[in-house]
Write a new protein. Structure first.
Length: 140
């Protein structure tokens, strides 16, 4: 399988509980390399753009409120089959359905406050990475 890059966010419930290092340890243990990382406070505009695909969903307002409620850590992860691999490491959106050992099973608080985001396809990964990182901020 080819080396890929995926976009990750450690969400406000993770920064609030000071568990970003614990999550990064799970990411690295899975063989993914953190090739870019920064801590930011998303604006509403950034969050609305990022989650535009969900703008008709009933939870959109709640999702934007949550993503702007505190700092997040945005990351680029690199590795073999990184997009699918990170989705596996994250676990299901709803932590009560997530497999044992996954980030969401171990750390997520609820279906909304679920600790991490990971891109779902190569096209979305490229768009999401470009929203938050310049090329020279990614060092593989
Ligand atoms: P992400 O896109 O954050 O990686 P995902 O792909 O597992 O998560 P999506 O269906 O894309 O899940 O939903 C995006 C985010 O919207 C979820 O991670 C979660 O924070 C929030 N969300 C999804 N479903 C609900 C819901 N029913 N109620 C509240 N928030 C939700
Ligand atoms: Mg998604």
């Amino acid at each position: 399988m080819a080396i890929q890059r995926t976009f990750s966010i450690l969400k406000p419930d993770a920064t609030e509980r000071n568990i970003t290092g614990a999550i990064n340890a799970l990411i690295e243990k899975a063989g993914l390399r953190i090739v870019a990382q920064k801590r930011i406070h998303m604006t509403r505009g950034q969050a609305e753009t990022f989650y535009a695909v969900h703008k008709e969903r009933p939870f959109f307002g709640e999702l934007v409120d949550f993503m702007t409620s505190g700092p997040v850590v945005v990351q680029v992860l690199e590795g073999d089959n990184a997009i699918a691999k990170y989705r596996d490491v994250m676990g299901a959106t709803d932590p009560s359905k997530a497999a044992d050992g996954t980030i969401r099973k171990l750390h997520a608080k609820s279906i909304g406050e679920n600790s991490v985001h990971g891109s779902d396809a190569p096209e979305t990964a490229a768009i999401e990475i470009a929203q938050f990182f310049a090329g020279n901020e990614i060092v593989g």
